[in-house]
Structure formats: structure tokens, C-alpha cells
Design a binder for this molecule. Structure first.
Ligand code: 3PG
Length: 219
């Protein structure tokens, strides 16, 4: 039987794009699901940057259409709330021992935020081999990933922060980049305009851009 961990890794690797979503109004969650499903990108990271994070995770997890993870998880309380409400993975902006230890103990994969060799090594010491690289653009972008990939040949990176339509392919072309994350993929702000029609087109164009490329597992 597939573990939650391998299921999450596989989904993220297949998706290549991890939408980072902050909910300030639950009314948009249905549309979020609809657009992601239509675009065959059934995954989302809901950030703890709003008071609605917990409720949004619960609602999306209950509906079961998307694989839902929690982002911006900075405290043990948030990690507990996220996992209790159905989050299948945890993303943090930093290496936070209590968040990592709790998530791993629950069998939930965790992607700690790293930017330096010491932080990556800290994650590896926990047995973690996929780390968030954040904020990617500030900490050297692809150039830094190339340099870090030498000593950390057994680590995969999930860069976020400053990824956009222009540089997304450069990042994804690197063999140690498992996927990229960011708010540029689909945001609540974009759903608020024209019932998300433009947001949906934008997402489809983005997917079209990466489709058929050698890093894609299928297609
Ligand atoms: C994160 O928390 O991963 C970043 O804030 C995402 O950055 P972005 O909004 O530039 O995509």
C-alpha cells in the first residue's frame, strides 16, 4: 500500500506546480477546486496567512477533490490543526523542529523552508530529502540550486518565492527541482476577477508551457 508520504511526493512531482493559496473568503473554494480539477492540477497548499486557513483546509479535505496541504506552518499548534483537519502535507518557511517532529510522527510529509547549506543539512538529519528553497529569488535562484545540488546530490528542491511565468521553466529544467510553488499559479485575488475566467486561462497557459517537456513524468 502506498504511504501518504509517497503519495504526496508522487503528486507533487507529477504536478510540477504547487499553487499557494491564501483564503480570506471561503466562497471562492468551490471555484478553486473546479479550476484546479479542470486543469488536471489536483493539489493545493493553503497557507496559514489568514484566519481561515484551518477552515479552508477542512472544507477542501472533506470535499476530497484535491490533495490539500498546509503552508506557512510556523507553530506546533498550526501543524496540529492542519493535520487534524485533513492536510496531507506540511510546508514551512523555515526549519522548525517541533513542526517537523510532529508531522513526521504523524506520518505526514513536511517540507521545511531552507536557503543555506546548514539548513538543508538540518532537514537531511531528520531524514528529509525534499526541501522548500525559500525565498528562491532572493537567495540566489537557480544559480544557488545548482551550487547546492553538488554537495546535496540526494536532495530535491521545491523553490518558492519570486517564481513566475518567465522563470518557471528554468527552475523546472533542473533535475533536482521536484516542482515549484507560488502564488503566481492561482490566487484568491485572481479568482475574484471575472469569476476566475482569466485565472483559469492563465493556469491553462502555464500548464501548456510546461507540458511535453522532458521533466514531465507523463505527457
Ligand atoms: C512562499 O511562502 O512560498 C512564498 O511567499 C511564495 O512566494 P510568491 O508569492 O512570490 O510565489
Amino acid at each position: 500500500m502506498q504511504t501518504v508520504q509517497s503519495e504526496v511526493y508522487q503528486k507533487i512531482e507529477e504536478a510540477k506546480l504547487l499553487p499557494l493559496y491564501t483564503a480570506t473568503n471561503l466562497d471562492y473554494l468551490d471555484r478553486l477546486e473546479e479550476i484546479l480539477l479542470t486543469s488536471q492540477l489536483p493539489i493545493v497548499e493553503v497557507t496559514f496567512r489568514s484566519e481561515l486557513a484551518e477552515t479552508a483546509i477542512k472544507k477542501l479535505a472533506k470535499s476530497g477533490k484535491l490533495m490539500v496541504g498546509a503552508g506557512t506552518v510556523r507553530t506546533l499548534t498550526q501543524a496540529k490543526a492542519a493535520i487534524k483537519n485533513g492536510a496531507k502535507f506540511i510546508v514551512s518557511p523555515a526549519v522548525i523542529p517541533e513542526v517537523i517532529e510532529y508531522s513526521l510522527a504523524q506520518g505526514i510529509p513536511v517540507f521545511p523552508g531552507t536557503a543555506t547549506p546548514s539548513e538543508i543539512q538540518q532537514a537531511v538529519d531528520y531524514g528529509i530529502h525534499i526541501v522548500k528553497f525559500f525565498p528562491a529569488d532572493i537567495y540566489g535562484g537557480l544559480k544557488a540550486i545548482k551550487a547546492l545540488s553538488g554537495p546535496f546530490y540526494d536532495v530535491k528542491f521545491l523553490p518558492t518565492g519570486g517564481i513566475d511565468e518567465i522563470n518557471v521553466l528554468d527552475y523546472l529544467n533542473h533535475p533536482q527541482v521536484i516542482a515549484v510553488g507560488g502564488s503566481f499559479i492561482l490566487s484568491e485575488t485572481s479568482l475574484k476577477q471575472d469569476d476566475g475566467v482569466t485565472a483559469s486561462q492563465h493556469l491553462n497557459e502555464l500548464i501548456e508551457t510546461i507540458k511535453g517537456k522532458s521533466f514531465m513524468i507523463s505527457g
